[in-house]
Design a protein around this ligand. Sequence first.
Ligand SMILES: [Zn+2]
Length: 169
Amino acid sequence: MFLNKPNKSSIIQVKRLSHILIIIISALLIAGIYTRVKEETPPRRLVRVIHPELRPYVNDFLLLLIQNDIDIPEPDVIIIDLSDIYKYAGVVGIAEGMYFDMICVRIDRKFWSKATDQIKRSLVFHELLHDAFDLKHNSIDMMKPQLEIITKEQFNKQKIELIQYLKDE
Ligand SMILES: [Zn+2]
């Protein structure tokens, strides 16, 4: 017969073991709570939709800002897309993100397909200025409510006025 009678040293060992177990269980509990908190925090949603036909004009806009050291707002939601909007009110572009922390520009598909290169550029710049910088109508030449046929030179003058305006803000 083999009696496993606990002596003093084995009691100390059991005590040590229970201490270690408590530490391990506590660590697991804390890890579990941390994981749950992490899971419950919603991920930052990033929406980026830029129609490939609009992209070159958006790039022109961004390039102008970068070249002139103007901070570009980067909200989580950026939608710059073609859509069927003209039939509703004769509107060729809408800036739905104005006054909100997002950029949501929609350009009428039919109008776009027939517009000249310069009209396209003026339109994209106008709508992006509404959304990205909350610019109102008639604040600068580019923000006239009616689209005008202008020359490249006139557009270059508008760009100079725009940069000055944004820098003064
Ligand atoms: Zn407008």
